[in-house]
Design a protein around this ligand. Structure first.
Ligand SMILES: [Zn+2]
Length: 295
């Protein structure tokens, strides 16, 4: 178990509990979410260590690691995914100004994004800790993934693009990762970090029932302010941020499910819609944000 006595981002001692959230997916246990008064970073307090967290990923319902199409939420997730895969590839190609090159996807899951990149002529490398997801990547797309430990042994100054789609919030070795990711990028390489945003409208509406808190698997809960500070600490430059419009609906649907114990799809759509309306005027309000970063 990890007990933080200071903020993992800015090191301030001015940290305190906000509320506790339940692990609805696996253990049904309570975890406390804390916030730093100085940089607004939130984190899961007394979180299982890297060696203890394995069991908290053991669930059929944990969608990132499975390919189930059962249930409305999962079906919606899959149809939207096909669209977002293409949008992600286009974003990478626009931001790197390349139509092919070396791409590293950290936490590649079943390999759908890497397959999209490979099909478009990119040379791919994927890291994935989950054995079943790695097997699926091989069976579905003929992609051989590496263990995340290999991140520290990959060639430096080699990747035109590095992507982490909803992965950084799961990583125990936060400083080591950021330092290494920076070193792996080419001089003009671009790093894409997508994470949930607890300062979004849907997060403030659902409070501790907001599905993207996903304790204890999500160790960190970023605000745009704390992410910018974290990046600057490692000498990384934030180029721009991009909203993830579908996440507002998806996370609201999951959150309604948590709140009512049976999904209220109309309410979820409304909350997702309001969240996106707020994002139209300020993209830092989106449910999930892609940070586009250079070295
Ligand atoms: Zn802080």
């Amino acid at each position: 178990m990890i007990n933080y006595s200071s903020c993992p981002v800015c090191n301030s001692k001015k940290i305190s509990g906000v509320f506790s959230a339940i692990d609805y997916t696996v253990s049904k246990s309570n975890f406390s979410i804390w916030e730093c008064e100085i940089c607004s970073f939130r984190f899961t307090q007394d979180v299982p260590s890297q060696h203890e967290i394995g069991p908290y990923y053991q669930s059929d319902a944990y969608i990132s690691h499975t390919d189930t199409k059962e249930g409305l939420v999962n079906r919606l997730y899959h149809s939207v995914r096909n669209f977002t895969l293409k949008s992600k590839r286009k974003l990478v190609e626009i931001q790197t100004r390349k139509s092919s090159g070396n791409v590293l996807d950290v936490g590649c899951g079943t390999g759908a994004f890497l397959n999209e990149m490979k099909s478009s002529g990119w040379t791919i490398t994927g890291l994935e800790p989950d054995e079943q997801a790695s097997k699926n990547a091989h069976e579905l797309y003929n992609i051989t993934t590496k263990n995340p430990d290999q991140l520290f042994h990959l060639p430096k100054n080699n990747f035109d693009a590095i992507t982490m789609w909803h992965v950084l919030e799961h990583v125990h070795q936060l400083p080591e990762y950021l330092e290494t990711l920076k070193a792996l990028l080419t001089d003009n390489g671009v790093l894409f970090i997508a994470v949930p945003n607890y300062t979004s409208y849907d997060a403030s509406h659902y409070k501790q029932c907001w599905a993207a808190y996903d304790v204890p698997r999500h160790l960190y809960h970023f605000s745009p302010k704390s992410m910018e500070l974290l990046l600057s600490t490692f000498g990384l430059k934030l180029k721009t941020i991009k909203p993830m419009w579908f996440d507002s609906f998806y996370v609201s649907m999951l959150s309604e499910h948590i709140k009512n114990n049976r999904g209220n799809i109309v309410k979820a759509f409304l909350i997702g819609f309001i969240s996106n309306m707020k994002t139209v005027f300020n993209k830092k309000r989106c449910s999930s944000v892609i940070y586009v970063i250079s070295r």
